[in-house]
Design a protein around this ligand. Structure first.
Ligand code: GLC
Ligand code: CA
Length: 564
């Protein structure tokens, strides 16, 4: 398999608004990140993915950009950003910027022009349609509730917004739009950045005619139109053009955020020769605890280990030698990993370490989201008024007002699935506001910060933080962790997720007890692990342990290296 630095890297995601506030206004900023670069270096990560820091009216916390070539006032200046980049590079850390080009803010100068008149030169930068029978041009639902169309008085037409009505979709059919995007990409690349995370990049090609979405939720006025805007007809063509014009001229990590992709789509995007991107974010495992994929935040069910094994194994096997994946359990849009896939109660530390073992031992590039390395958990604010996320607030009112759901049940969904779980301030110490700010934070801190914080984690040699550090170091020392072929074992076990990685004559055996019980692991017939040597584990172990009869402790994780 061809070797590249971005396969060998571990990426750390920073959500700047919630990472570290340097000036007491309650909002995280670039100088705050600069203060914490030594911390990131101590963790040992190779790459930082920075969520958007561009100028933005913050309807969706920076994912609504009004100037692609400048920094948001609250976050600092371009000079601060230059200093941040230099500080990272000095420490051997690469920087990946967020590229949000499916849509712009409605306050972007292009949109301000576009809405002025039907013959404005920027009109065709966006997707405008006349009313259909006095209503929206089609039945598409916005990701943030309500119609995906907004009527604009000035010209009597609607514009498309797959997200909020302050996030107008760009018209990628227009070559001028594509040229502008390539230009701004080069502008940042020429400043020396190391790649892009591409926001909802598989939504840029819409099916011509914008047909009505099939009715999945009978009785609802608007329906999910993914069929006509995910992986659309010109998607691969646009990415190839971007590759030829921009990407191929640099040595980059590019990761496409691609909801609804199948492994086959992912191969088309990331194939080592023909793909345009390094890797994608797929979402199948993010839907295991929901009734329906297209609205995973409006329902909750218990996820099953069988399903997790099936999904991850399919992705591991299908992409083998054909493409490359990112491995993540959380990000700024998802609940906290330990609360969702682990046990955030008695076994918080053990299960957070198990999940870390999982993400670092699968094939693909591991992503660590800020706070994951100290086992930060979900939060349950008592009132919807405590929530800041546009998506959660809109879902709550949609469920309560339109669907007549009990407010307590709607709040419980926000507690379990809401994006603010990941956006509470980073917990640096046990002091006021978790050491995040000297002022009032823009969103409340999680009340568990006196027990769960960085200062505590650094001081405790058995902390989740130090376990991550060891995993990251190990991944550097053992290329089998990066390149080894994955094979599932014990496929039917209800509590144990076990697999091997194989590279030439080397083998790793990964044993993960995804439960608070104490099941017995036993090597399947035909598989042996001679001279089993424990590479890492989250409990003390006895060297005389028998892999044919091994009682695991709650959320126990072990990785063995077998000699051949
Ligand atoms: C992506 C981002 C999310 C944002 C949306 C619209 O899914 O990760 O935070 O709300 O795109 O830009
Ligand atoms: Ca600040």
């Amino acid at each position: 398999m061809n070797q590249t630095w971005w396969k060998e890297s571990v990426v750390y995601q920073i959500y700047p608004r919630s990472f570290k506030d340097s000036n007491g206004d309650g909002i995280g900023d670039l100088r705050g990140i600069i203060q914490k670069l030594d911390y990131l270096q101590a963790l040992g990560i190779d790459v930082v993915w920075l969520s958007p820091v561009y100028k933005s009216p913050n309807d969706d916390n920076g994912y609504d950009i009004s100037d692609y070539r400048d920094i948001m006032d609250e976050f600092g200046t371009l000079a601060d950003w230059e200093e941040l980049l230099a500080g990272m590079h000095q420490r051997g850390i690469r920087l990946v910027m967020d590229l949000v080009v499916n849509h712009t803010s409605d306050e972007h100068p292009w949109f301000i022009e576009s809405r002025k008149s039907k013959d404005n030169p920027y009109r065709d930068y966006y997707i405008w349609r006349p009313p259909r029978d006095g209503h929206e041009p089609n039945n598409w639902l916005s990701h943030f509730s309500g119609s995906a169309w907004q009527y604009d008085e000035a010209t009597g037409e609607y514009f498309l917004h797959l997200f909020s009505k302050k996030q107008a979709d760009l018209n990628w059919e227009n070559p001028g739009v594509r040229a502008e995007v390539y230009d701004l990409m080069r502008w940042w690349l020429d400043k020396g950045i190391d790649g892009f995370r591409m926001d909802v990049i598989n939504m840029i090609s819409k099916t011509p005619g914008l047909p009505d979405a099939p009715v999945i939720s009978p009785g609802d006025r608007y329906q999910y139109g993914g069929k006509y805007f995910l992986n659309g007809p010109r998607q691969l063509e646009f990415l190839q053009e971007m590759k030829v014009n921009v990407l191929s001229h640099y040595d980059l990590l590019t990761v496409g955020e691609t909801p609804g992709v199948t492994p086959q789509d992912a191969i088309a995007y990331t194939h080592p020769e023909t793909g345009a991107l390094s890797m994608v974010f797929q979402f199948e495992h993010m839907h295991l605890d929901a009734d329906r994929d297209e609205s995973s935040r409006r329902s909750i069910k218990r996820w099953r280990l069988h399903d997790l094994k099936a999904v991850m194994t399919r992705w591991q096997k299908e992409l083998e030698n054909q493409g490359w994946n990112s491995i993540y359990l959380t990000n700024h849009d998802q609940p906290r990993a330990v609360s969702r896939f682990g046990n955030d109660d008695v076994y918080r530390v053990e299960s957070a370490k198990l999940l870390a073992t999982f993400t670092h031992l699968l094939q693909g590039t591991p992503y660590v989201y800020q706070g994951e390395e100290i086992g930060m958990t979900n939060v349950a604010f008592p009132s919807i008024a405590d929530y800041q996320d546009i998506e959660s607030v809109n879902i709550y009112w949609e469920l309560v007002r339109e669907k007549g759901m009990d407010p307590g049940a709607a709040l419980a969904l926000v507690h379990a699935k809401g994006r603010d779980n990941a956006r509470t301030p980073m917990q640096w110490d046990a002091g006021s506001q978790a050491g995040f700010t000297t002022g009032e934070p823009w969103i409340k801190v999680n009340p568990n910060y006196p027990a769960i914080n960085v200062e505590q984690a650094l001081a405790d040699p058995n902390s989740i933080f130090h376990y991550y550090r060891r995993l990251i170091q190990l991944r550097r020392q053992h290329s089998i962790m990066v390149y080894g072929v994955y094979d599932l074992i014990l496929p039917d076990h209800d509590e144990i997720y076990a697999f091997t990685r194989t590279l030439e004559d080397e083998r790793l055996l990964v044993i993960l007890n995804f439960s608070s019980n104490t099941p017995v692991f036993s090597l399947p017939a035909g598989l042996d692990c001679p001279g089993a040597d424990l590479l890492i584990g989250n409990y003390e172990t006895d060297p005389s342990d028998d892999l044919h009869q091994l009682r695991l402790r709650p959320w126990e994780a072990r990785v063995y290296r077998c000699k051949s």
